[in-house]
Design a protein around this ligand. Structure first.
Ligand code: NAI
Ligand code: 15L
Length: 269
């Protein structure tokens, strides 16, 4: 696949979208921006909801690839998740299929496997093929997105890299994040690899830096050409001094998904 030049970035007004708007142009991409919220400093951004099929179809027309970040990024009611993340992601893939866009990078999440016990020191890393165990309706929607991506490859030849992102923020802010953090620079490196690798069909990868305390296996990400450069360990002394090490007896610390596993559900379903 030739390196895509014009890339639709959905969720461009959000935290990760804002980081990627800053970093991806250096890789030579021309970004077309899409979000239901206005994108600061970007008057040409498309301001529309993922439910607006006509606006989506127009937005994807002529792009080489899509990075799909838009949606609800935390637990919410089932109805809201259904509309934004499940129907919205379906609408995005339909627009891609109809307009002949052949490559999507889908922002999946560690919460698709949130109920997986976290490895203890010395345990093997969690493989990419581990059974999904969503910890929330949010995590379920990411599971759906991964299945949707597989389906659009099998049925329609639309390729996807599903990135199960850990935590992508400027810096890690918790001891759990020492294991799951993806630095913004590594995020851009991973998205670039996902946009340019050949024949990805549907590939699922974990998205994180090369953290000393890593919980999962980055083999499928590295196979795309991703070479992480950062390690959260530089923040470890400060975070451990503030919060202490993870406590295996604390249910919030026992699973990949952290407190998403133990948070009470959001009603009404
Ligand atoms: P965010 O909540 O800051 O940004 C999401 C953006 O999507 C917002 O700008 C929002 O306006 C937009 N959006 C929401 N519903 C929409 C709709 N119906 N139509 C159009 N736009 C809509 O989230 P963040 O942190 O930037 O995450 C981006 C993506 O990456 C999300 O899909 C999230 O689930 C995923 N992710 C992020 C992680 C992180 O560490 N930041 C970790 C794992 C996954
Ligand atoms: C996610 O999926 C969320 O979108 C992000 O806000 C963080 O909570 C992240 O997971 C995490 O697990 O730290």
């Amino acid at each position: 696949m030739p390196a895509p030049r014009t890339v639709l970035l959905t969720g461009a007004a959000g935290g990760l979208g804002t980081l990627m708007r800053g970093l991806l142009p250096a890789y030579g991409y021309e970004l077309r921006l899409f979000d239901v919220a206005p994108v600061e400093g970007a008057p040409d951004a498309v301001t529309a909801d993922l439910c607006d099929k006509d606006a989506l179809r127009e937005a994807v027309r002529g792009v080489d690839a899509i990075i799909h970040l838009a949606g609800i990024s935390l637990e919410s009611s089932f109805d809201k998740i259904l509309r934004a993340n499940i129907e919205g992601t379906y609408n995005l893939y339909e627009a891609a299929r109809q307009e002949g866009v052949r490559r999507v990078v889908f922002a999946s999440s560690n919460h698709a496997i949130g109920y997986t016990p976290r490895p203890m020191p010395g345990d093997p890393l969690i493989p990419i093929g581990t059974a999904r165990r969503p910890d929330t309706f949010y995590g379920l929607s990411k599971s759906f997105g991964e299945d949707l991506a597989q389906f659009y490859w099998d049925k329609h030849g639309v390729e996807t890299v599903s990135v199960r992102i850990g935590s992508c923020f400027a810096e890690p802010t918790s001891v759990r994040m020492l294991s799951v953090w993806m630095s913004p620079g590594d995020g851009a490196r991973l998205f670039h690899a996902a946009l340019t690798a050949q024949d990805v069909r549907h590939t699922v990868v974990y998205g994180s830096s090369a953290n000393t305390r890593l919980w999962w296996d980055l083999t499928t990400a590295r196979a795309l050409g991703y070479e992480p450069r950062d390690d959260s360990e530089q923040y470890a002394d400060k975070l451990v001094a503030e919060h202490g090490e993870l406590d295996p007896e604390n249910p919030d610390h026992a699973h990949i998904g952290g407190h998403f596993v133990t948070d009470p559900p959001i009603w009404p379903y």
